[in-house]
Write a protein that binds this ligand. Structure first.
Ligand SMILES: CC(C)(COP(=O)(O)OP(=O)(O)OC[C@H]1O[C@@H](n2cnc3c(N)ncnc32)[C@H](O)[C@@H]1OP(=O)(O)O)[C@@H](O)C(=O)NCCC(=O)NCCS
Length: 191
């Protein structure tokens, strides 16, 4: 079976290959990429994330997919749909809660790749997967990630902002903003 999952104008989203492990680890060792994460990842931690993405795809049929540039075949990063590891503290319509997320290597920022791939994932979520809702969250200062959420039409639900349960209270990365997307309702026209 092909490992290709989604295609966009410039990108392929596919299952993980062992050859992705090295460029993924290099990306996860970049402090700029990990500025709003608890820290950079070691090779072992990066590989464990690949293993987790593979396990999520086996379990749910979707995951944070590896993204490659169609024109060059170069590994760009990951974009996709994941089930968070923690019990979401915010009320949510989908069971399990499904989060859309992204992380690209620094040299691929500023080209619209994250938005392009994320848009395809949302269409997949509300089309073939028929999910009732997709959420996304990040720290308030992560303006680039919030801009992707807004570009793909997600709405900030300020009443659902939360402190991440995996981080100690008061940690600089503890507080998170919560964005939601729901399927467009056919037949309901704006007046
Ligand atoms: C979050 C992240 C994926 C956003 O990447 P990004 O490149 O800023 O976002 P996009 O791919 O949507 O690109 C948008 C930019 O490309 C520009 N662009 C250039 N060509 C474009 C094109 N053909 N189409 C669309 N946008 C284009 C846009 O104008 C915009 O530029 P700006 O940054 O000056 O506003 C990236 O910063 C990242 O990987 N960060 C580290 C990991 C992280 O924090 N992940 C989220 C954790 S919750």
């Amino acid at each position: 079976m092909s490992d290709l999952r989604l295609t966009t104008r410039r990108l392929r989203l596919r299952s993980w290959r062992d050859s992705d492990r090295s460029p993924f680890a290099a990306m996860n060792a970049d402090p700029a990429v990990c500025e709003f994460l608890p820290g950079t990842l070691t090779r072992e931690q990066s590989d464990a994330l690949v293993d987790r993405f593979r396990a999520l795809e086996a379990e749910h049929g979707f995951t944070g997919w590896a993204v490659e540039e169609t024109a060059t075949g170069t590994f760009v990063g990951y974009v996709g749909l994941v089930v968070p590891r923690f019990e979401p503290p915010f009320a949510h319509a989908s069971e399990p809660c499904v989060e859309i997320g992204w992380r690209l290597a620094r040299r691929f920022w500023g080209q619209g790749y994250a938005t392009e791939a994320a848009q395809a994932c949302l269409e997949h979520a509300f089309g073939p997967l028929a999910l009732p809702e997709v959420v996304s969250f990040t720290v308030p200062a992560n303006a680039r990630s919030r801009a992707v959420m807004e570009r793909i039409g997600m709405a900030h639900d300020a009443g659902s902002d939360f402190d991440h349960p995996a981080l100690p209270a008061g940690d600089r990365l503890s507080h998170h903003v919560l964005y939601r997307a729901v399927p467009a309702r056919p037949g309901i026209m704006p007046t």
